[in-house]
Design a protein around this ligand. Structure first.
Ligand SMILES: [Ca+2]
Ligand SMILES: [Ca+2]
Ligand SMILES: [Ca+2]
Ligand SMILES: [Ca+2]
Length: 455
């Protein structure tokens, strides 16, 4: 039989706001609710809001997501004009967050309606078209007093009433901890994926659920029990896997087990049986790591890898007196094959500054080790004699700095700097010093640039 290599023509499905008609220009407005007053359009919005609710209010800012301002401005009914949603509590009753909805008619803001929310804080606000009618639905996550894990997600629809005025309707309320938009049946339109914790019974349970939306109806289309070792969600990422005649959207749920421990459940939606299925059995055992690292596409092939910890032989974390106070973990990034097999794609060591990872090429294993300063997190890569467990010459040193002015001490080396940007656009400058031994080993700055992965 002609065995064909898996061809993974894939694309990571980014969990981002696809609807881009909304604005973030009120990001700094929360702190400005009281004098000095804002000017122009923002001022008029603020005035209309205060006129509607009074001034004895405390604004509530979403803690996460695309809109981290108490004033969310968006064309929520897709009529070409903006609407505004303002989250606040009344000073006399801080236990319930309220949402004031304002519309702009003939260039002037006025309050249309005022609604009670479902919690005492706002966790996130997202706009996303779930039923494919091009009008975004509004999804508000409400934090619940006394529950760190469970929140309530309310799905709202904004539409014009017959008289043309703006109406806001609640379509669904669901308990959840984290959510993601995932096209589980890859028809081009995303479904809603929620992870929910249920501690109402004797044994706490965790569920992964997929909701679809047709017209105004939000319905559960698949649910699976997740590993009960999960105490909250660290992150959710998805990819699209295709190979050997099979295609699937995969959902990687990095779950927190206890303070620092993380493991990854991987799910897919089987379109034939219309049910969620688990791709890694015994995930809390198999993918457990004592480090908060999320699954990510480490090698840029469009497929996610799960990080797992192993030991970096000979590695050390050194204190100010150059004494070893611990070792450094080697992170093995494992891809998940069709059969459920996990295989190493790349190896990295994480820098204690949390800024970056350094890739360890396979051919270095056994002959190179790493030490890091616990003081300034400078990372030294050195030769290593694994037979005698002995450190050799330093090959190169990386010190990360935010800008060129605060360069680290590299006086012993002929240092040079490399500028790299993270996915979120943060700029880092790395001072890189390759020693003569490093040059003899064949190390170049260009190579180091390739090996640094900015977090
Ligand atoms: Ca509108
Ligand atoms: Ca819609
Ligand atoms: Ca879909
Ligand atoms: Ca990958």
């Amino acid at each position: 039989m002609n065995r064909r290599a898996l061809s993974a023509v894939t694309a990571i499905v980014l969990i981002v706001l696809l609807f881009n008609g909304c604005s973030l220009r009120f990001a700094s407005m929360d702190k400005l609710m009281h004098p000095p007053k804002l000017t122009g359009d923002n001022y008029q919005l603020q005035e209309a809001f205060e006129k509607a609710v009074g001034s004895d209010v405390v604004l509530k800012t979403p803690v996460k997501g695309s809109y981290q301002s108490a004033f969310v401005v968006c064309d929520a009914d897709d009529d070409g004009g903006e609407e505004a949603f303002v989250f606040y509590v009344k000073e006399s009753d801080a236990s319930v967050v309220r949402m004031n909805v304002l519309d702009k008619v003939d260039g002037k803001w006025f309050s249309v309606t005022d609604m009670k929310g479902n919690g005492n804080g706002v966790y996130s606000v997202e706009f996303y078209d779930l039923n494919g009618d091009t009008v975004p639905e509004m999804l508000v996550g409400w934090s619940l007093y006394g529950s760190k894990v469970n929140r309530i997600l309310t799905i709202y629809e904004c539409a014009a009433w017959e008289d043309g005025s703006l109406g806001v309707e609640v379509l669904a309320n669901e308990y959840y901890n984290e959510m993601a938009f995932v096209d589980v049946d890859f028809d081009g339109s995303s479904e809603l994926f929620l992870v929910r914790f249920d501690d109402s019974g004797q044994i706490p349970q965790v569920f992964g659920s997929v909701y679809g939306m047709q017209k105004d109806l939000v319905s559960l289309i698949g649910e699976i029990k997740l590993d009960t070792n999960m105490s909250s969600v660290y992150s959710i990422n998805t990819d699209f896997f295709s190979g050997d005649g099979k295609s699937m959207t995969r959902i990687f749920i990095d779950g927190i087990r206890s303070d620092t421990m993380v493991f990854t459940e991987v799910l897919t939606f089987d379109t034939v049986s219309a049910s969620l299925m688990r791709l890694v059995e015994n995930a809390s055992q198999q993918t457990f790591r004592n480090m908060r690292v999320a699954s990510r596409d480490i090698d840029g092939d469009g497929l996610l890898e799960i990080p797992m910890l192993s030991e970096m032989p000979g590695s050390s974390l050194k204190n100010e007196s150059e004494l070893s106070v611990g070792s450094i973990s080697l992170v093995e990034w494992k891809s998940l094959g069709l059969s459920g097999r996990l295989s190493v794609r790349k190896r990295t060591v994480a820098n204690g500054s949390g800024l970056y990872m350094l890739e360890i090429p396979a051919k270095w294993l056994g002959s190179v080790t790493v030490s890091e300063s616990s003081v300034n997190h400078d990372m030294s890569v050195m030769q290593y004699d694994s037979k005698n467990a002995a450190e050799g010459d330093v090959l190169f040193v990386i010190s990360a700095v935010y800008d060129r002015t605060s360069s680290a001490e590299t006086s012993d080396f002929t240092g040079n700097s490399i500028s790299l940007s993270s996915e979120s656009g943060d700029k880092y400058v790395f001072e890189v010093a390759v020693t003569d031994s490093g040059k003899a080993f064949g190390i170049t700055e260009e190579q180091i640039r390739e090996l640094i992965k900015v977090n």
